[in-house]
Design a protein around this ligand. Structure first.
Ligand SMILES: [Zn+2]
Length: 334
C-alpha cells in the first residue's frame, strides 16, 4: 500500500473548491510517456498552475503501473527542481471501469480515481460508484463519477449518440454515491473526430467547420440544483487546425477532424466546471512535430531529435491551454 501523500501528490478537493470560487478550471492532461510528462510539469510550473496527470487503463497497460507511479513521484520532484516548492499535482485514473482497477490505483499511490459506470443502468452506476467512494475515501482519495454518455470512443466504453446528462439525476447521484466530482455530458466527446461535417456549419470568415454549441442549459440546471458541486468535462480537445494542417502537410491523413471551440471551453471554465480533460490535442501536437522532422530530415534517426521538438510543441500547447483557455495560471505560491 502506497499513500499518495508520501509521494508529494494532492487530491482534487481543495483544488476544485478554489477553482469554482476563482472561476477557472484545472487542466487534466493524459500522459503515458516521459516527454509528455516533462512537458506537462514544465508548463504547469512556468505558469504556476495546479495540474492533474491522468492515466487511462490503456495508458497503464502501455506504460506499466509501477513505472507510472514512480513517474508521478518524479514529476513532483522535477517541479521542485524547476523552482516550485509546493507544486499541486494530482495523479488521477481516467475512466476506471471496475472497482478492482480503482482499488488497485488507490493502493498504488493515485490521489484521485474516476469510476465510469455511465454505460450501466442507473442503479448499477450508483452502486458501483458508491462502492469505489467508500473504499477511496478511507485514504482521502477523491472520486469522479460519470453520468450521461459521451459520443466518441472512450477507453473501453463507446456510445453511438450523445445522451445529455439529466440534471434531475445529478443531485440524486451525487447524494447517494458521495462522489467528489461528476463528469457530465453536455455535447463534448472523445477523440479528434467529435462531430460529423453534416452536424456543423461553415464559418463564412474562415471557411472552417463550426460544431453545434455545448448544452449550457444543462450545465446551468445542474448548477442551480447543486450549487458548488464539482463538474468535469471530458473530451474537451479543440483539435487545433494548425496541427491538423501540419500533419496532413507532412504526409498524414486526418480528414475533417473537429473539436470543441476554445471560446466555449473558456465559458465552461468560468462555471462549475472545475476540471477539463485534454488528450487529443497533445497527441496532435506530438504527431505534427514528429512528422515535420521526419519529412524535413529523412536521415535523422536519433529519437531525441524528433521527440525533443515534439516535447517542445506539447509544452507550448499545455501553456496555451492554461493561460488562454482554462485560466488556472498564477494559482500556486511558488
Ligand atoms: Zn473521458
Amino acid at each position: 500500500m502506497v499513500n499518495y501523500k508520501d509521494l508529494g501528490l494532492v487530491n482534487t478537493r481543495d483544488m476544485f473548491a478554489k477553482a469554482i470560487k476563482g472561476g477557472y478550471a484545472i487542466p487534466a492532461f493524459n500522459f503515458n510517456n516521459m516527454e509528455q510528462l516533462q512537458a506537462i510539469v514544465k508548463a504547469a510550473v512556468e505558469t504556476k498552475s495546479p495540474v492533474i496527470l491522468q492515466v487511462s487503463k490503456g495508458a497503464r497497460n502501455y506504460a506499466n503501473q509501477t513505472l507510472l507511479r514512480y513517474m508521478a513521484e518524479g514529476a513532483v520532484e522535477y517541479a521542485k527542481e524547476l523552482g516550485c516548492e509546493k507544486p499541486e499535482i494530482v495523479l488521477h485514473l481516467d475512466h476506471g471501469d471496475s472497482f478492482e482497477l480503482c482499488k488497485s490505483c488507490v493502493d498504488m499511490g493515485f490521489s484521485s480515481v474516476m469510476i465510469d459506470g455511465s454505460h450501466l443502468p442507473y442503479e448499477e452506476n450508483v452502486a458501483l460508484t458508491k462502492k469505489v467512494v467508500e473504499y477511496a475515501h478511507q485514504f482521502d482519495v477523491t472520486v469522479e463519477g460519470e453520468l450521461g454518455v459521451l459520443a466518441g470512443v472512450e477507453d473501453e466504453v463507446s456510445a453511438e449518440h450523445h445522451t445529455y446528462t439529466n440534471p434531475e439525476e445529478v443531485i440524486d447521484f451525487a447524494t447517494r454515491t458521495g462522489c467528489d466530482s461528476l463528469a457530465i455530458s453536455i455535447g463534448t466527446s472523445h477523440g479528434a473526430y467529435k462531430f460529423k461535417p453534416e452536424q456543423c456549419h461553415v464559418d463564412p470568415a474562415t471557411g472552417r467547420l463550426v460544431p453545434p454549441p455545448l448544452a449550457f442549459d444543462v450545465l446551468d440546471a445542474v448548477m442551480e440544483k447543486l450549487p458548488g458541486f464539482h463538474i468535469v468535462l471530458h473530451g474537451s480537445s479543440s483539435v487545433p487546425q494548425e496541427y491538423v494542417d501540419m500533419i496532413n502537410q507532412y504526409g498524414g491523413k486526418l480528414e475533417a477532424a473537429i473539436g470543441i471551440p476554445e471560446d466555449e471551453l473558456r465559458k465552461a471554465a468560468k462555471s462549475a466546471v472545475c476540471k477539463i480533460n485534454i488528450d487529443s490535442d497533445s497527441r496532435l501536437a506530438m504527431t505534427a512535430a514528429v512528422r515535420k522532422v521526419f519529412a524535413e530530415k529523412p536521415a535523422e534517426f536519433d529519437p531525441r531529435k524528433y521527440l525533443g521538438p515534439a516535447r517542445d510543441e506539447m509544452e507550448k500547447l499545455y501553456k496555451h491551454k492554461i493561460l488562454n483557455v482554462l485560466g488556472s495560471d498564477n494559482k500556486l505560491s511558488c
